[in-house]
Design a protein around this ligand. Sequence first.
Ligand code: HSE
Length: 402
Amino acid sequence: MINIAVLGYGTVGSGVVKVIDINGEVIARNTGQEVNVKYILDLRDFPGDPFEYKIVRDFETVINDPEIKVMCEVIGGVGKAYEFTRRALEKGISVCTSNKELVAKHGAELLALARENNCSYLFEASVGGGIPIIRPIMEALTAERIESVSGILNGTTNYILTKMEREGADFAEVLKEAQAKGYAENNPAADIEGYDPCRKIAILSSLMMGKNVDSEKIYTEGITKVTAADFAYAKEAGYTIKLLGQSKAQGDEVLAMVAPFMISKDHPLAMVNDVFNGIFVTGNTVGDTMYYGRGAGKLPTASAVVADVIECAKNVGQTIPCFWDQEQVALADISQVEWKYFLRAKASAKADVEAAFPGGRVIAVEGCEDEFGYITEAIVEKDFAEKYEALSDSILSRIRLA
Ligand code: HSE
């Protein structure tokens, strides 16, 4: 039997305990021994919880118990989570986490600490919830030079955008539903402003480059400016709107960003709806590979954490390799990238918009006669920004096309 501790008894932590409870037999078979949750660390009370008797409040109880071989850090954030992870790894105790904020910020350093102490730091659940994505990159695509990673990396915003498209639903109302279902972050700004998918694309980019990509340097836009009107034009033109994280290796640099994009209804990511995520990893010889599944939620995320626990349990006393050095990767300048843009503008500015962005396509939507939609020809981001600035009083919204 191997004893583990779960640090944090929130949505994911309680999911970890539940997955181990309901799948104990198959987990034991796959581990080669029983996995026992000896402690659950949380400051709160959980009266009536079936695992209440396992709850402890003091991390010292956990860290000083020599029987604990693996910890699941599902506290979130970079405060106590960082401190406890460091202390566990320094003692040779492996740590498995869903904490993308901590992985994005300190992943390279914590991996180095794990190597020094013959244990592992695993973070499958930090990207794509229940979708296997880290292990495919680290173990199945190891013959590849990975050229790009891109996709839908946030379940909450995909849930919101799907409902806005299908039902014309109110943004705030759908956000509440996503929170109730356990998809959203404690501070949902991390989802809707794009910080959460930014951390995820930073983690994937770091694995792609084998070096550290700083999430704070990645250009990030969320979905707060996307409106029902944008969806009406998108539908008319054969598109939908998705929040995408994109990252491309360009020599020693990486071109990474997070923003809403209009994509053709025929694009495979247009079929990725609700809380589901869809991620493309493109290698130089294998081409495109795609990963799909529930990108958020208690049990899917917990399942990925427990899969990491099983790996750690099978490798006690050694480090599961992960190629992510602390050396920093330079970010390429996105202002030089060329895209088409979708615009909504006041009807009175039609001639000005057509003159500024010649050769584009006008889109008309019934009931929106005082405005119009327009898809430009491909234009460099920097040139677009200058023209957009000059017309900013007349342009109501703008979304890039992927
Ligand atoms: N809030 C995140 C999401 C949770 O909605 O994708 C999973 O990382």
